[in-house]
Design a protein around this ligand. Sequence first.
Ligand SMILES: *[C@@H]1O[C@H](CO)[C@@H](O)[C@H](O)[C@H]1NC(C)=O
Length: 267
Amino acid sequence: MGNSIQDSKAVSPFQWPIPIPPFVSAGFSILLPPIQISGFSMLKLSFLLTLLSSASSGLWHDEAKKSSVGIYPPACTRIECPVFDVIQLGNGYEIRRYNSSVWMSTSSIQDISLVDATRTGFLRLFDYIQGKNSYEEKIEMTAPVITEVSPSDGPFCESSFTVSFYVPKENQANPPPAKGLHVQRWKTTYVAVRQFKGFVTDSNVGEEAAALQASLADTIWAAAIEKSHPDSTTVYAVAQYNSPFEFDNRVNEIWMQFYIDDDLLVM
Ligand SMILES: *[C@@H]1O[C@H](CO)[C@@H](O)[C@H](O)[C@H]1NC(C)=O
């Protein structure tokens, strides 16, 4: 029983306490005039701005160097996140189990920059939750937004990125379809997680992913990850939770997904 579930997190109902500085609405309306600036949509926008601003925030670079595991992402106390069980807190990694979750995903985006690909993908998903879907239905913002990375055969060292939005429980039975997006229904999925603070940049993502891989070396999880990705390409995802106006308590994660038989956990 020693390695069984240590913790279980439940999701709080939506709350949006983040104050939005007034200059933001002015700045943003220049960028994207058609969006109504209600308090609520501004908060969705703040999420978008995280992604838009994440490349250029050298100020927070030192923050980004500190890493840790075992922090429940603070954003998930305000907005809906997929629930998970912590299976093991290891040295530099955390193993989670997501029983099932539903994601709305872009088709793959070829780019040399994860930050740029995430912005491209997020703009599509942002339109989707704003009502650009077959049902013209607005959908609540959730966290995290994940960017799955896989190497691609394309020229110029491009990678292939899929950006996904966690579909709120309320919409999981029947997520509105939308052109260019598809639904992913995850069966029970295990994820090796490394957390890092600050803003996501193209350089820190690679470093953090390498550090996660190193911390998993010689564990049973490394073997399970390899087995789940038989083409032996390094496949990972970056999970982002925060708005750009949260300079404290920013938590991002590198995810390496895998599948195992539950009886492997009875040790
Ligand atoms: C996941 O499923 C297991 C087994 O059915 C259950 O014990 C656990 O509470 C579930 N976890 C969550 C977070 O729902």
